[in-house]
Design a binder for this molecule. Structure first.
Ligand code: 9MJ
Length: 674
């Protein structure tokens, strides 16, 4: 190691110690002692120091949790000790049978069990060598799993290094990676906002997040981890009981469910089951039952295994949160981005502790697939705090003369045409600025920095303006009075005057900004700039047909259709006319003015095959956004886009620390800028 001043080394070590301590208090003890922002500052300082002194970077540094290297595919991991699954019991009788079988083999007496919640996530094995996390693997088929070490390292609940000294030199920790229910809801909101398929449940979301080729994606997902046991152990002295091992693991910094307990006999098991059933809805993560394990390891050994599951454990599953009820109507709701969501109105049904009267049908494709009709009897499911959903229709109970439900062709809120892009599951209202359901967001977009840049017109102010009906459309912003503004919460005379001045100033804008500000679907900054330089005047753009629009770089048939549909709506034309009457103006653009190009100055290299796009198209898209596309990776490369079978460029990029984008990440980047 080259010489780094001792005080720097000391500081790096001190930061790592502190951060590990905070991780432990946060994830293991659930008792943080500093606010998140202060924690972020510690991480930030450490990251900065490691950037300046790369010699000080170590595998187990807390900074290694974010980002990291990208794997091209998961390597196989063959287990020395099989990763077991569990047999299920669905009733007290089946648990009694399990307890009977155990007593038949161990001798007829009250058995001591370790009882734990059964997390609904993804099983993982974590190998620690001399306390250092060296490998993380999924269960796979129990004999061979997938190496997800890089991804496991990004999960902050998983210690990179064990605490203390008395852990065995080789220790395999086993447990469950899960996603919190709140994190799952937030992730699905994001998925929907980005026109991606929502995850069916937190289990799928956790599995999908852990099995990502790009660890940066895993790092961005709200994953947690609880250990429920161990696998391979070498040269260590471990306690005799499962429950005591969990206590040890906890002391070494490995999170263990706080609900774990020791219980006695069948009655102890069933009492625990009822207690956890009561706690279930209040837990921040989903559990689908509890697990009973014979507590003494020596007794576990005597009981042994049957094929894939141990004889010494059983999962006692909760009854599913599913019920039958009848559909009394189907409504269509309009969301923030104009997305139409069909919702089934139900005969009230008591489900998992609450009365449910609505269930989502997600989108038109789901509705079609399930073919839910008014008067149908359906199976409805509610998992945790997730919005109840229709699982399926009980066709045997379908009355005669029911009709297929058809999605409206006009927005139920504003009457505008409903459009659905090819390959998209979501149908949307094309009302844009006009539709009340979309109005707030449209105003926020219009006022945003890269659009008309109205300083001082924040989200809270816009919410109030729309709620108090002071504005309906963006043009109304320009007829607001200082008195009206001063009457809002968080507004005084002074800030109202400032906002009036900002509104006035925003009227002088640019053509590209104005086009972008309208919030036409899929017309981002770069497309707006391309449209401005192609057409030169707003009038020319407004009267362009789809064919003409497609001559603009970056505008394909889908975007062209959005633009034509937007300008076809009389109310959009009306809002635009009013904006101009209020004095919103711009200079016309004469040939190719330098446009806003979000990737200006960035150099990309493409390698491997992209499944969804030809290499030339990818190159053209990047160039339209201002990027330079080069043939080889060098220090000047900013991004490597790696498709399938990427070859040597990937290794070269990783060596040089170039950011690597896999195909999904690349698509997100393009979508963000178009
Ligand atoms: C879960 N899923 O929470 C086990 N599990 O033990 C718990 N799974 C398990 N234990 C042996 N708490 C094999 C699987």
């Amino acid at each position: 190691m080259s010489k780094v001043a001792k005080n720097i080394v000391d500081r790096v070590n001190q930061l790592r110690r502190e951060i590990r301590g905070h991780d432990y208090r946060y994830y293991v003890l659930d008792a943080p002692t500093i606010p998140d922002a202060a924690y972020d500052r510690l991480i930030g300082e450490l990251r900065e120091l490691e950037k300046h002194y790369p010699d000080l970077v170590t595998e187990d540094s807390p900074t290694r949790r974010v980002g990291g290297k990208r794997a091209t595919e998961f390597a196989e991991v063959r287990y020395q000790l099989r990763m077991l699954s569990l047999d299920n019991a669905f009733s007290a009788e089946e648990v009694a049978e399990f307890d009977r079988r155990v007593r038949d083999r161990l001798g007829d007496r009250e058995i001591e069990y370790a009882a734990e919640p059964k997390l609904d996530g993804l099983a993982i094995s974590l190998m620690y060598e001399n306390g250092l996390l060296t490998q993380g693997a999924t269960r796979g088929d129990g004999e061979v799993g997938e190496d997800v070490t890089q991804n496991a390292r990004t999960i902050r609940a998983i210690p990179l290094q064990l605490i203390g000294k008395d852990f065995p030199p080789v220790l395999e920790v086993r447990g469950e990676v899960y996603m919190t229910t709140a994190g799952f809801d937030e992730l699905n909101r994001r998925q929907l906002a980005e026109d991606r398929k929502p995850f069916a449940n937190p289990r799928n979301a956790a599995a999908g997040s852990l099995r990502q080729l790009d660890p940066a994606v895993t790092a961005d997902r709200p994953l947690g981890f609880f250990s429920y046991g161990i696998g391979v152990v070498r040269d260590g002295n471990l306690p005799k009981r499962h429950s005591e091992i969990l206590v040890k693991l906890q002391a070494w910094g490995v999170p263990v469910s706080p609900e774990s307990a020791t219980v006695h006999g069948l009655k102890g098991c069933l009492d625990y089951f009822h207690k956890l059933a009561g706690l279930r809805d209040g837990l921040p993560y989903q559990i689908d039952g509890v697990v009973y394990k014979v507590n003494l390891l020596a007794e576990q050994e005597r009981l042994g295994f049957v094929t894939r599951a141990p004889r010494w454990a059983v999962a006692h599953k909760f009854p599913a949160h599913e019920e039958l009820t009848r559909v009394i109507g189907i409504d269509v709701q309009v969301g923030r981005t104009g997305a139409l969501t069909p919702v089934a109105r139900l005969e009230p049904v008591f489900l998992g502790g609450v009365t449910v009267t609505n269930a989502t049908l997600h989108n038109e494709d789901e509705l079609r697939r399930k073919d839910v009709r008014v008067h149908d009897t359906i199976l409805v499911r509610r998992a945790g705090d997730v919005i109840p959903e229709v699982v399926s229709v009980v066709l045997e109970r379908r009355p005669q003369d029911t009709e297929r439900f058809e999605m409206p062709t006009q927005c139920p809120v504003c009457g505008s045409e409903v459009v659905k892009a090819d390959g998209e599951a979501v149908a949307r209202c094309s009302g844009g600025l006009y539709c009340p359901a979309q109005r707030k967001e449209a105003v926020k977009h219009f006022a945003s920095r890269r659009a008309l840049d109205i300083t001082g017109l924040g989200d809270k102010i816009i919410d109030q303006l729309v709620e108090k009906a002071l504005i309906r459309h963006v043009d109304d912003l320009y007829v607001l009075t200082a008195e009206q503004l001063a009457g809002l919460d968080r507004m005084g005379k002074k800030s109202a005057a400032k906002l009036m001045a900002a509104l006035d100033k925003s009227k002088q804008t640019g053509l590209a900004r104005f086009i972008y500000a309208l919030g036409i679907r899929s017309v981002g900054e770069a497309t707006a700039a391309a449209l401005a330089s192609h057409f030169g005047t707003f009038e020319a753009l407004m009267s362009a047909d789809e064919e003409t629009l497609q001559q603009v770089p970056d505008v394909g048939p889908v975007v062209a259709a959005f633009i034509v549909s937007f300008f076809r709506q009389p109310h959009n034309r009306d809002v635009i006319a009013k904006l101009r009457e209020c004095g919103v103006r711009w200079a016309n653009v004469t040939p190719a003015r330098s446009s806003v190009q979000p990737l200006n100055g960035k150099t990309f290299v493409l390698t491997g095959a992209l499944a969804g796009m030809a290499r030339d198209d990818a190159k053209a898209r990047l160039q339209t956004l201002g990027a330079k596309v080069s043939g080889s990776v060098s220090k000047k490369t900013d991004y490597l886009v790696a498709g399938a079978d990427p070859g040597s460029k990937l290794a070269c990029a990783e060596k040089l620390g170039v950011v690597v984008l896999d195909e999904p990440a690349f698509m997100v980047l393009l979508a963000k800028h178009s």
